[in-house]
Design a protein around this ligand. Structure first.
Ligand code: ZN
Length: 272
């Protein structure tokens, strides 16, 4: 019985650690406090964990900068030009980047809003707040604060830009499909060890927004120019067929390889 309970606790600890980084340690702390105060009812224990987790998540915003990572803003006001896709990213501590990445993201958002007034740049997964080498699954490389995913910009079927809209609720997996003559370096491969998921069954679930090509192309070209020259941007990952469709160029624009996730649903960037 005790062994079974320990195994369940271990699974919860691991799941919380993988999902939120700090959640596993906070869970152990909550278990200790609950046993010290003989709290046995499940809802009392859950409440203790929730309070500790909330405190840990809020404190990370203030502690992480001492370890070289800063949070990107989860709640945007009227005048903000950058926002994280969903509060869920922040609740799970996935919105941390190095200060230089934050400066780059903020500068991109400002440049976008100057060129296209009323445009908010939406960012997706960053990194966890602490420890280099701790990956933010399923993105293996988001482990050092230097990586950030940016959502595409979208328009409705009539071609009107919709601010802060993404085709999928979390900004991922709504793929822009290549057409017949496009360059498709991974066509015909059947890798087993890959995070290049096609998710064909999921595609019909997404809204029918279209890629807003002018803004998306401008953002990538800005990153490839000013981003590289002034903000130490090192790499931009998008699929070759999108690079060609958007007519964007630059040595930082790369293809991520066939074992990594598809990059025709979002832009991945990294700084030096
Ligand atoms: Zn990424």
């Amino acid at each position: 019985m005790v062994l079974k309970r320990r195994i369940i606790q271990l699974v919860i600890f691991l799941a919380l650690t993988v999902l939120t980084q700090i959640g596993g340690v906070i869970y152990l702390l909550a278990l200790l406090v609950c046993s010290a105060f003989s709290l046995r009812r499940w809802y009392a224990r859950l409440l203790v964990f929730a309070v500790f987790y909330a405190a840990g998540t809020v404190s990370s915003n203030f502690v992480a900068p001492s370890f070289g990572r800063v949070p990107l803003p989860c709640f945007s006001g009227e005048t903000d030009t950058l926002t994280v896709r969903s509060g869920l990213f922040c609740l799970l501590n996935r919105n941390y980047v190095t200060p230089s990445m934050r400066d780059l993201a903020m500068a991109l958002a400002d440049a976008m809003n100057r060129k296209f007034p009323g445009t908010t740049t939406v960012v997706l997964d960053g990194n966890f707040p602490f420890v280099n080498g701790f990956p933010l699954l399923p993105h293996i490389s988001h482990s050092d604060g230097r990586k950030l995913d940016i959502a595409f910009y979208y328009q409705d079927a009539d071609g009107n830009y919709i601010d802060q809209a993404t085709r999928s609720p979390l900004g991922y997996f709504a793929f822009e499909q290549p057409t017949k003559g496009d360059e498709q370096p991974c066509a015909g491969r059947d890798d087993i060890l890959t995070t290049r998921w096609e998710l064909e069954w999921l595609q019909p679930a997404f809204g029918d927004y279209e890629l807003e090509e002018k803004r998306t192309a401008f953002a990538i070209q800005w990153l490839s120019g000013t981003g590289v020259e002034r903000f130490n941007l090192e790499k931009i990952f998008i699929e070759p067929h999108l690079r060609d469709r958007l007519h964007v160029k630059g040595h930082a624009i790369r293809f991520q390889g066939c074992r990594a996730a598809r990059h025709d649903d979002h832009i991945h960037i990294q700084v030096r």
